[in-house]
Design a protein around this ligand. Structure first.
Ligand code: IMP
Ligand code: MG
Length: 185
């Protein structure tokens, strides 16, 4: 048994990715990133709150010197579908001038969040390069033209929680990723 039968686990209808699969895939992604970046100019920019767990696990699989920054945005505003607007929650942007930036987020859905962050960093922070990595990528038509450079898993068009992903602020600490039972939505 991978975890105690917490209230949270009992809210899941299905587990899509268990702890072992996430661990294995994140290690593969870290190895690939380690091969493809050179030098000491890498800055990881984690998208909070959802990207925090992915960041913590992934950076320990990257065998390169790196710096850590974060950015806080809101696009869901508590529901299960994207609101269409991306709000930046901080005044101070990451210091990434001349650096190779790798943005990390939990999931690529409409693409609006990733596109907005990329545009903001490129437009205002003078990085050397900007790429992105997401643990999950929904197989849907994006609202804007953006794809991630590194993708952990592809998923269907359904709302998922766990491993950083929330529903109204809950379930982020679930160690697995799954689909909620309809009665909890
Ligand atoms: P996008 O801007 O539509 O690509 O949405 C990306 C953001 O929406 C992610 O950073 C997540 O916070 C959130 N999101 C998208 N899909 C899901 C989901 O299935 N579960 C939980 N959060 C999601
Ligand atoms: Mg998010």
């Amino acid at each position: 048994m991978e975890f105690a039968s917490t209230y949270q686990h009992s809210h899941l209808e299905r587990v899509l990715f268990d702890q072992a699969s996430i661990r294995e895939r994140v290690a593969e992604m870290g190895a690939k990133i380690s091969r493809e970046y050179t030098g000491d100019g890498l800055t990881i920019v984690a998208v909070l709150q959802g990207g925090a767990l992915f960041m913590a696990d992934l950076i320990r699989e990257i065998r390169l010197p790196l710096q850590l920054e974060s950015i806080s945005v809101a696009s869901y505003h508590g529901g299960t579908s994207s609101s269409g607007t991306v709000t930046f929650n901080q005044n101070r942007l990451p210091e990434v001038e001349g650096r190779d930036v790798l943005i990390l987020d939990d999931i690529l859905d409409t693409g609006r969040t990733m596109a907005a962050i990329k545009a903001k960093l490129e437009g205002e922070c003078s990085p050397h390069s900007v790429k992105s990595a997401v643990l999950l990528s929904k197989k849907i038509e994006r609202a804007v033209e953006v794809e991630a450079d590194y993708v952990g898993f592809e998923t269907g068009d359904e709302f998922v929680v766990g491993y950083g992903l929330d529903y109204r602020g809950h379930y982020r600490n679930l160690p697995v990723i799954g689909v909620l039972k309809p009665e909890f939505i």
